[in-house]
Design a protein around this ligand. Structure first.
Ligand code: SIN
Ligand code: MN
Length: 280
């Protein structure tokens, strides 16, 4: 299923997302999951913790340091549909693993992705696509992703930024970009707006088994509740951007591990890239 069918393309256009069940085998998912403990244990600015300061919430830029996730980022199963949807060659704009740990994983507020990239990174257009790879089953219990189907058609909803320079934050000396990844997001949508959008478009919960892939538009409104279940819910989110949509200069550029400046187009690897011993 390396190329999307006409129907899948239509789905993506209409709803702002398309789910590709079980793209990766159990063996491939296992190969990725065994990398996680070491990735999560590394104390680095790329790692974001939950509010309690212990549990890993997210790790960024892993494709630069981990060979298996580097291969995933160049896997034809992701890169080919991304090129198809974007209509050009693509490069990797952002790579993150969201851990959503059992009992501890906190919420992601209602938001669109593109507004962060436009306001923080000077990204000219929303000509990018998110590929979310499930490393665990995602079900009704473990903080699944909620989407508002069709809400991408609203375009970027220009909400006001949350004031992130309050005293408590200054005291803990968190970098400014941290508010793009905590449970209190910088550009979240207010309740009234979300209620109106859900009334207009409905709401949908993504449920799928590990190895499935969700492709979604950077303007679709989405969120996820906390994980109070005993089941982990790790996902990888790789954002592919058109090579024709390079960010413009901004006053305070975010670090490379949040917004990659490696604009080289991704050349897809072979289908068995995650299973073979070495790429050489
Ligand atoms: C995101 O919006 O990037 C994360 C959502 C999630 O992991 O549930
Ligand atoms: Mn998001």
């Amino acid at each position: 299923m390396m190329q999307l069918t006409k129907e899948q393309l239509q789905n993506y256009e209409d709803n702002g997302f398309v789910l590709l069940p079980e793209c990766f085998s159990k063996a491939e998912v296992h190969r990725m999951n065994i990398e996680l403990p070491i990735i999560f244990s590394e104390d680095t600015p790329k790692r974001v913790l939950e509010e309690e300061g212990k549990t890993v919430r997210a790790v960024h830029g892993v494709h630069k340091t981990d060979e298996i996730f580097q291969r995933l980022s160049r896997h034809p199963q992701l890169v080919k549909p991304a090129m198809q949807l974007i209509g050009s060659k693509v490069y990797i704009y952002q790579f993150k693993i969201n851990a959503k740990a059992a009992f501890r994983g906190d919420i992601w507020e209602w938001h669109q992705d593109y507004i962060f990239w436009r306001k923080e990174d000077g990204l000219p257009t929303a000509r990018l696509v998110n590929a979310l790879v499930l490393l665990d089953d995602m079900n009704e219990f473990n903080g699944p992703l909620f989407v508002i189907p069709g809400s991408h058609k609203e375009g970027m909803i220009d909400v006001m930024a949350r004031n992130t320079t309050n005293q408590s934050q200054a005291k803990t000396e968190r970098p400014a970009w941290m508010s793009n990844f905590t449970a209190k997001l910088k550009y979240s949508l207010n309740k009234e707006l979300v209620a109106d959008l859900v009334l207009k478009y409905g709401i949908f919960c993504i449920k799928a088994s590990a190895g499935s892939v969700l492709l979604f538009d950077s303007n679709i409104v989405h969120a996820s509740p906390s994980n109070i279940s005993p089941f982990d819910r790790a996902v990888v989110i790789i954002t592919y951007n058109s090579i024709e949509n390079i960010p413009l200069p901004v006053p305070n550029p975010r670090p490379d591990f949040l917004v990659s400046r490696d604009y080289r187009p991704v050349e897809p690897l072979s289908e068995d890239a995650l299973l073979i011993e070495s790429l050489a």
